[in-house]
Design a binder for this molecule. Structure first.
Ligand SMILES: [Zn+2]
Ligand SMILES: [Zn+2]
Length: 261
């Protein structure tokens, strides 16, 4: 059921249907206790409504050697300050640095699928709370403004919300800075990036993003937020548009990184 149909089925807040659904949920909770969305352990005394303690504790703890720029994991032997991966040297991204909580699998992958495809938007602040600002590199200092990677308008209509927008709001609240949902606009075909190489992805998103009001970003450091980062092509295209519009610096935070598929 899509979000619009779901909203219709739910009826107005506080309506008879909404109350019946709430009662049904409470009854179901008693008869069939909720289970962790990853390991299916019953959720007694869990840190949130979706995951058990151990699964949630595993979210956002990925550490190790990273490319200084795009944040992909690199061999420990390369772990020297300022070391960049071959892709970043060959084609430096328009963003100054990008970081993620962890790989797009396990409890983190389950959390993102619940947020994105099942409308569990309460997970956005829960995931943002796993972001540790003190673990971010220097380019993240002095962020003025947080902005989400925009969804194509057609996808936004289909889904009913932009998951990156929900995450951006939660991250902005966590960092105590302003959020601008409409800083970037997306146009052009809503073609999928799935299955494309990094070069094809870069080509696919070239010119797709623009900044309708450049005066909002002039001289400012912008934190771009997305749910999943794959090759960084989308983040690069957004950052390029922001830098062209006059942004001083763009840094990127995504919840998870996905390998090419
Ligand atoms: Zn679990
Ligand atoms: Zn890199």
């Amino acid at each position: 059921m899509d979000i619009a149909a779901q909203k219709q089925a739910e009826g107005p807040p506080g309506g008879v249907r909404a109350r019946a659904r709430a009662l049904g949920r409470r009854l179901a909770e008693v008869l069939f206790p909720s289970r962790c969305a990853h390991c299916e352990t019953p959720l007694h005394g869990a840190p949130n409504a979706w995951f058990c303690g151990p699964c949630w504790a595993a979210v956002g703890l990925s550490a190790g050697a990273l490319c200084d720029r795009c944040g992909i994991p690199i061999p420990a032997s390369h772990a020297v300050a300022g070391w960049c991966c071959a892709d970043c040297i060959k084609r430096p991204p328009a963003f100054a640095a990008a970081r993620v909580l962890g790989p797009y699998d396990g409890p983190l992958g389950a959390a993102l699928r619940l947020l994105k495809y099942h409308g569990r938007t309460g997970l956005a602040p829960a995931l943002a709370a796993r972001l540790d600002p003190s673990a971010l590199p220097a380019p993240f200092l002095g962020v003025d403004l947080v902005a989400p990677v925009p969804l194509h308008p057609r996808r936004l209509r289909e889904r009913g919300f932009n998951q990156a927008g929900r995450l951006a709001r939660a991250v902005a609240a966590r960092l105590g800075v302003a959020v601008a949902d409409d800083l970037l606009a997306r146009h052009g075909a809503a073609t999928s990036q799935v299955g494309l190489s990094r070069a094809r992805r870069l080509e696919n998103v070239r010119g797709v993003f623009r900044v309708p009001r450049p005066q909002r970003v002039a001289g400012r450091t912008v934190l771009l937020v997305d749910d999943v980062m794959t090759t960084g092509a989308t983040a690069h295209a957004c950052a390029a548009a922001l830098v062209r519009a006059g942004a001083r610096r763009v840094v990127v935070w995504a919840v998870a990184r996905q390998g090419l598929s």
